[in-house]
Design a protein around this ligand. Structure first.
Ligand code: F6P
Length: 336
């Protein structure tokens, strides 16, 4: 009997998810298998919103952001009743293997499902946050940082014109991968993130920032850009902007980039990574692997046990944090 593979996209959508679905479809076709797509993440699995995918479905989608299968978060997957319903659908549809494209939350659901259902389960890391352990990059991260960089370069122009302080809040949930990489690429005068700010001593950070802003205003007459991770500052980044403005008497304007970072056409790096991972996911199924995430480490594809992938959040490179803190930020403040 022909092997039936299923695929779904789950959690925050990420540019390149479509490229991954396409690669899965093409590889399934190569091995003469069948591919079923479930819509709306795990909700579609629970409610059996499925469709038989063909090459027609994936034609012309490699450059499109979002996901043709739609995505969602699914609270029901945290409960045994949800897992039970998902299992029932997989049995009804005679699915042999399930590929989930998503982040660590989606993989936790997959681990729970694997305990109840004997089919093969494979994860493809797709999230702009790049916070999944066991892979150097997740699908969507490269596009998200490029989108943020493009936006901040524009903010820099207006900030320069007004000699103004801008705070730009970036996504990443509880990870500073986006914030650090974007901050460095935009030559931000300050990067504030979980990795370098001790929020229990936020008063110290505040005083240091105020001092730097005042010094920059006196000596350079130019913009001062702070990039900051969402969920870092207690009571939100606007509270920080207001506190800084009160301390310095300088206009401090907040710009929250938000969901713009999740959209757009995937950059080359994401299209290629997604394609390699999609092919590797089906190949893993063909070699009877299960319970693994497809990762890429040092330019080599690998299989990472799902439990390892979700155990810890991937850390921002210490070299990057140290370079920003000790060299780049200080140098940027002296740039004319
Ligand atoms: O995980 C991707 C992400 O965009 C995070 O960076 C962000 O914190 C979160 O999703 C936002 O989720 P939602 O769109 O459900 O508000």
């Amino acid at each position: 009997m022909t092997k039936r593979i299923a695929v779904l996209t789950s959690g925050g959508d990420a540019p390149g998810m479509n490229a991954a679905i396409r690669a899965v479809m093409l590889t399934v076709q190569h091995y003469k298998l069948e591919l079923i797509g479930f819509y709306h993440g795990y909700n579609g699995l629970i409610n059996n919103e499925s469709t038989l995918l063909s090459l027609d479905n994936v034609n012309g989608i490699i450059h499109r952001g979002g996901t043709i299968l739609k995505s969602a978060r699914c609270a029901q997957m945290f409960h045994s009743s949800g897992i039970g319903k998902a299992k029932k659908t997989l049995e009804q549809e005679n699915i042999d293997a399930l590929i989930v494209i998503g982040g660590d939350g989606s993989f936790s659901g997959l681990i729970d499902l694997q305990h109840a259902w004997p089919g093969q389960v494979i994860g493809i890391p797709g999230t702009i946050d790049n916070d999944v352990d066991g892979t150097d990059f997740t699908v969507g991260f490269s596009t998200a940082i490029n989108t943020a960089i493009e936006a901040i370069d524009k903010i820099r122009d207006t900030a320069d014109a007004f000699e103004r302080v801008f705070l730009v809040e970036l996504m990443g949930r509880h990870s500073g991968q986006i914030t650090f990489n974007v901050g460095i690429a935009c030559a931000a005068e300050q990067v504030l993130s979980f990795e370098n700010v001790d929020i229990d001593h936020k008063e110290k950070t505040l005083q240091q920032l105020a001092k730097q802003i005042n010094a920059a205003q006196k000596s350079r007459h130019t913009s001062f850009l702070i990039v900051i991770a969402e969920n870092l500052w207690p009571n939100g980044t606007q509270a920080l902007a207001t506190e800084l403005q009160n301390l310095t008497n300088v206009d401090c304007t907040l710009c929250t980039l938000g969901h713009i970072q999740r959209g757009g056409s995937p950059v080359a790096k994401d299209r290629i990574l997604a394609t390699k991972m999609g092919v590797a996911a089906v190949q893993a199924i063909m070699s009877n692997k299960s319970n693994v995430m497809i990762g890429e480490q040092n330019n080599t594809m690998c299989h990472v046990p799902l439990v390892e992938a979700v155990k810890h959040q991937k850390q921002v490179s210490q070299a990057l944090v140290a370079a920003q803190q000790n060299i780049l930020a200080i140098a940027a403040q002296n740039e004319t």
